[in-house]
Write a protein that binds this ligand. Structure first.
Ligand code: ARG
Length: 575
């Protein structure tokens, strides 16, 4: 369903083409939302300059060509050279009546690979991981909706030297018959305990060191221990994903370790082809266009002096895999902003090696920091990083408080369920509603508030529409073919916004900016609110008008629910 702007665009193209005698598809009519009319056409200024015409006269000619029929009720020029367009009520009404809100659009044939979440084994997921997880998941859903084939890649940190001490600690615990649920409940404590053993007991440290060697050599028993250990961590990740309603499954795991077998050859190949050379004992690539602070070419270390491989080596393997094996058209990395330079260097090396052809476009979706009330990185009072589950529990608790103060629930279970959906929705929406690169302050009270650009505000709008429709419908059965009439300005404004859903969601999906969809949904909910205040539904003056308003309500509900679903946010059946 096109928005008014999209519907006007081809008409404007044709009008301009007739007036200036240019091919229609060569014209960008620049149709914009406008505070002065329903939409405004802004192309006349530039066109007049290019064709030596007077801008206002050209705008008048275009307006005259546009004036009749279809979506346009009225078109008139304003100075210096704009064309203001008022939509036809009959057209708007017909569009709203026919509007469908499909689960997915037509397939695009494009393959999009999205790297997101990517937490580390035996480490607590922190708010940074929460944000890459939430934003990445929304992008995956939005891209699937718009018709792309999406492959999720959860690039978990499941390899490296710390695994020697982690495995040894794990063995000590399990051989003493202790349950190791710490890995799934408090992974940081497990990690710190392993670290403490390593630092205090030389025997343990020696065992840990030879364990790393065995791990890297692929010694079967060690691999078995490693597999069990990482499996515990995966349980923790899954618990986080299920709690948050994140669409990642075990099938999407593509951890650092999955590239182990190719790293040696990858380094050899780069060295052989002169794309990497030894520098201070390490094998380094020097991608074109990158210089360090000293003005010298910046090095990307691909094999450390101890022979080990690091983050850069595995990331070279990821981009090669995503381009050469998965044939991604778009390879999206949802990762913290500070890693921008790392990724650019990796991609440049891959280009120089011929692994990243122009047919695969790599994109870094930069994720900004989440701050505490002190405007510094979010930490607990004791200075530790905040545990994800503590954070989620706190949000759900706050949502419960707000809910129990404002509404009555049939049962404590209903209150629980609503608090969970609202609390989780609130956390996710806080991550999604600001630009993904913007830093923001984690503020529970603002997140769970039922006013402002928050999840609860939108969820409450859905809830309000549902109970309104149920209430009115209880007294009057649905008419088979409801017709929409747009008498009040609030009805018109709502209809215009409804038609813009697809445009807004497409723009958000294509620009990889979920906050644009949030802004659209917030605007829609506000327009619904004005409509609700101005236009009685149950008490409408006639049965026809009641049906018309009911249909506006139902379409609004559909759009809000679809939009929230694309963001990965549920709506409670009671709130
Ligand atoms: N595991 C990393 C971290 O916790 C994030 C990995 C992101 N993905 C990648 N391909 N580098 O910071």
């Amino acid at each position: 369903m096109p928005s008014l702007s999209r519907a006007v665009e081809p008409l404007a193209q044709r009008a301009i083409s007739r007036i200036l005698d240019v091919p229609a598809d060569s014209v960008d009519p620049v149709v914009r939302d406008s505070p002065f009319a329903d939409v405004q056409l802004n192309a006349a200024l530039a066109l007049a300059r290019a064709h030596g015409r007077n801008p206002f006269e050209l705008a008048e000619l275009i307006a005259a060509e546009l004036s009749d029929g279809g979506p346009i009720a009225e078109a008139y020029a304003s100075r210096p050279g704009y064309v203001n367009i008022v939509a036809s009520d009959a057209w708007l009404a017909g569009q709203v009546e026919a509007m469908e809100v499909p689960e997915t659009l037509a397939p695009t044939g494009r393959h999009v690979v999205i790297d997101y979440s990517s937490p580390n084994v035996a480490k607590e997921m922190h708010v940074g991981h929460l944000r890459t997880t939430v934003v990445g998941d929304a992008l995956a859903r939005m891209r699937e909706w718009r018709g792309d084939r999406v492959t999720r890649q959860n690039h978990i940190g499941d390899w490296g030297t710390p695994f020697g001490m982690l495995i040894e600690h794990y063995l000590e615990l399990t051989s003493a018959g202790e349950e190791v649920d710490q890995l799934t409940t408090a992974p940081n404590e497990f990690y710190q305990a392993a670290r403490a053993r390593f630092d205090s007991d030389p025997d343990f440290a020696a065992r840990a060191r030879s364990r790393v060697v065995a791990l890297q050599a692929g010694e079967p028993e060690t691999i078995e221990h490693w597999t069990r250990l990482t499996a515990e961590s995966k349980k923790y990740f899954t618990r986080v994903y299920r709690t948050l309603g994140i669409s990642l499954t075990d099938d999407d795991l593509a951890g650092e370790s999955s590239y182990n077998a190719e790293l040696a050859d990858l380094c050899d190949e780069l060295e052989r082809r002169g794309l990497a050379r030894m520098s201070e004992g390490a094998l380094c690539a020097f991608p074109a266009g990158f210089t360090g602070r000293d003005g010298q070419p910046a090095a990307l270390i691909i094999r450390k002096s101890d022979g080990g491989y690091g983050y850069a080596t595995t990331d070279l393997a990821t981009i090669r895999h995503r381009a050469q094996t998965l044939h991604a058209d778009l390879a999206i990395y949802v990762i913290g902003s500070p890693q921008a330079m790392h990724l650019e260097m990796v991609w440049q090396v891959a280009r120089e090696a011929g692994w990243l052809p122009p047919t695969t476009e790599p994109v870094h979706v930069k994720i900004g920091n989440v701050l505490g009330a002190d405007n510094k990185m979010l930490r607990t009072r004791s200075g530790d990083s905040v545990k994800l589950f503590d954070l989620l529990d706190a949000t759900v608790e706050r949502a419960r408080t707000v809910l129990s103060e404002t509404r009555a629930f049939d049962s404590p279970e209903d209150l629980d369920r609503a608090a969970r959906i609202i609390g989780i929705g609130a956390v996710k929406y806080a991550d999604l509603s600001v630009g993904h690169e913007t830093e923001y302050v984690f503020d529970l009270d603002r997140m769970v508030a039922q006013t402002g650009n928050t999840a609860p505000y939108l969820q409450y709008a859905v809830r309000r529409i549902r109970s309104l429709v149920e209430r009115v419908r209880a007294g009057a059965p649905a008419a088979a073919d409801a017709r929409v009439t747009l008498g009040l300005p609030e009805e018109r404004a709502l209809a215009l916004a409804l038609l813009s859903f697809e445009d807004a969601a497409l723009t958000a999906a294509d620009k990889l900016e979920p906050h644009r969809l949030c802004a659209y949904l917030f605007d829609l909910a506000q327009r619904f609110s004005s409509f609700y205040d101005a236009a009685p539904v149950g008490g409408a003056a006639s049965a026809e008008l009641r049906e018309s308003r009911l249909l506006l309500c139902e379409q609004t509900e559909r759009v809000l629910v679809r939009g929230l679903t694309l963001l990965g946010i549920d709506t409670p059946s009671q709130m």
